[in-house]
Design a protein. Structure first.
Ligand SMILES: Cc1cc2nc3c(=O)[nH]c(=O)nc-3n(C[C@H](O)[C@H](O)[C@H](O)COP(=O)(O)O)c2cc1C
Length: 404
C-alpha cells in the first residue's frame, strides 16, 4: 500500500468518524481509490469525470429537456434510496476537503452550495444531493393545491446561450403531498432543506390579491404546523404563472407579509426576488422586506429580458417563459452587490443565477452572497461542478469586497 493510498484511507477514516459511519460507503470509497491507484490523482480524476460528462452530454441532450429532467429525477430518487448507489455517487462527486461549513440564521450548511428551487419541486432528491456536494436544496416552489403547470414544452434548451427557457408554471403535487413525503423520507444528516412557497397556478387562486394571500398563508401555516423544512422562501417572482408577478409591487407585498407575520414561525424566511426590475423598484421591495420578519433575499429568479441572451436569434419566435443560466449572471451579481452595499448585514443574501464555473460562484460570494444556489451549471457544465466549487471555496474563502 503506497503512501498516497494510506493517506486517503486515513482521510476517509477521519471523515467516517465525524460525519458518516456508513461502513459500506467507506469500503466502497476505499476500493475505488485503490482502483484509481497512484497514477490517477484526485484532480485528474475530476477532469476525467468532467470529460465523461462532456462526452455523454450530446446523448443526454438528445432527450427533450422535460424528458431528461424526468429521467434525472427518477434515477436520483432510485440512487438515493440505496446505500450502495449513494456510496458510489459520493465516491465520485462528494466534497471531502477542509471544513467549509457555514452557519447562517442558525442553520448549518456543510457546503455553501445549494440546489435552487424548481429542479426538485416535490422533494424526491433529498437523499442523493448531499453526495453531489450540495449542502442543501430548496424544494418547490410548492403551492397550497396540486398544480399541473403549463402545457409542454415546459423547458427549452438554448445551448449556445447556456440557458434554458423555463415555462414550468409551478408544476408540483402540492404542500400536503410534500409534507407526507418528507415525513416518511429518512433525513440525511447535515443536509439542509429549504422549502419555497408560491401561489397555486390555477384560475381559482388567481382571481384577486386576497385569494393569493390565502393561498400562500395556507401552505406556510401547514409547513409550520408540521415543522417540516429548515427554512422557507416566499417566491413572489415566478415569471410564468397564471396571475403574473402579483406581489412584486409594494402594496400587495406589504399585505402578503403582514398576513404571513401572523403565523408563528421559528425558521428563517427568505424572499425570492425578481431580477428584471429597475433598481429603484427592487430597492422599494427591499425596504418593505426590511420592515417584516424576512431574514434574507434570494437574488434572484429567472430573467425575462431576452435581449440579454448572447444569441437571441436562437430563442423561439413566440417567447414563453423566463431564462435561466448565463443571462441571469450579471444582473443577479449586481443586485447582490446593491443589497449588500445598501443594507449591510440586514439581509442574508443567497446568490443564484448563471453559475457555470467555480469562478462564477466565487464572483457571487465576492459580490456579497452568503450562500449560492444553482441549477443550470449542473446541466450545462457538469454534475462535478458543485465539488469543484467547494474546492475553490476552500482554497480562496472569498468574501464581499466593497468597490473602491
Ligand atoms: C426548470 C426550472 C424550474 C424552476 N422553477 C422555479 C420555481 O418553482 N421556483 C423558483 O423560485 N425558481 C424556479 N426556478 C429558478 C431557479 O430557482 C433559479 O433562480 C434560476 O434558474 C437561476 O439559476 P441558474 O442560472 O443556476 O439556473 C426554476 C429554474 C429552472 C431551470
Amino acid at each position: 500500500m503506497n503512501e498516497k493510498t494510506l493517506r486517503l484511507l486515513n482521510d476517509a477514516k477521519g471523515h467516517n468518524t465525524t460525519q458518516n459511519r456508513n461502513s459500506i460507503r467507506f469500503y466502497l470509497r476505499y476500493t475505488l481509490r485503490i482502483i484509481q491507484g497512484p497514477v490517477v490523482t484526485n484532480s485528474t480524476f475530476m477532469d476525467i469525470m468532467h470529460s465523461l460528462y462532456r462526452a455523454a452530454k450530446p446523448l443526454i441532450f438528445k432527450l427533450s429537456p422535460d424528458n431528461a429532467h424526468a429521467v434525472f429525477l427518477f434515477m436520483g430518487e432510485i440512487m438515493g434510496s440505496n446505500p450502495l448507489t449513494r456510496a458510489l455517487i459520493a465516491s465520485l462527486y462528494e466534497y471531502h476537503g477542509a471544513d467549509i461549513s457555514k452557519t447562517v440564521n442558525g442553520v448549518t450548511y456543510q457546503t455553501p452550495v445549494l440546489l435552487s428551487a424548481g429542479f426538485d419541486s416535490d422533494g424526491r432528491l433529498t437523499r442523493i444531493l448531499r453526495h453531489l456536494s450540495f449542502g442543501g436544496e430548496e424544494i418547490g416552489s410548492i403551492t397550497a393545491y396540486p398544480c399541473e403547470g403549463n402545457p409542454l414544452p415546459r423547458m427549452t434548451r438554448l445551448i449556445r446561450n447556456k440557458s434554458m427557457i423555463v415555462y414550468k408554471g409551478l408544476r408540483n403535487n402540492g404542500v400536503d403531498a410534500l409534507i407526507t413525503r418528507l415525513k416518511k423520507t429518512p433525513h440525511t444528516p447535515g443536509f439542509v432543506i429549504g422549502i419555497s412557497i408560491a401561489r397555486t397556478n390555477r384560475k381559482e387562486s388567481c382571481t384577486n390579491t386576497e385569494e393569493g394571500i390565502n393561498d400562500f398563508a395556507l401552505s406556510f401555516q401547514k409547513l409550520n404546523d408540521a415543522n417540516i423544512g429548515d427554512y422557507y422562501t416566499i417566491n413572489i417572482s415566478c415569471p410564468n404563472a397564471f396571475a403574473g408577478e402579483a406581489f412584486t409591487s409594494p402594496e400587495p407585498l406589504t399585505k402578503l407579509l403582514t398576513r404571513l407575520e401572523t403565523i408563528p414561525c421559528t425558521k428563517p424566511i427568505y424572499l425570492k426576488m425578481p431580477i428584471h426590475l429597475p433598481t429603484p423598484e427592487f430597492d422599494a421591495l427591499l425596504r418593505i422586506a426590511d420592515k417584516f420578519r424576512i431574514h434574507g433575499v434570494i437574488c434572484g429568479n429567472l430573467n425575462k429580458n431576452y435581449n440579454e441572451l448572447d444569441f437571441p436569434e436562437d430563442a423561439p419566435k413566440e417567447f414563453r417563459g423566463g431564462l435561466s443560466g448565463k443571462p441571469c449572471f450579471l444582473r443577479s451579481n449586481a443586485l447582490i452587490r446593491y443589497t449588500r452595499e445598501h443594507f449591510g448585514d440586514r439581509f442574508t443574501i443567497i446568490g443564484t443565477g448563471g453559475i457555470l464555473s467555480p469562478e462564477d460562484a466565487m464572483e457571487k460570494f465576492r459580490s456579497g452572497a452568503d450562500i449560492v444556489q444553482m441549477i443550470s451549471g449542473m446541466i450545462f457544465t457538469s454534475p462535478s461542478l458543485m465539488k469543484q466549487i467547494c474546492k475553490k471555496y476552500a482554497e480562496e474563502r472569498p468574501m464581499f469586497l466593497p468597490k473602491k
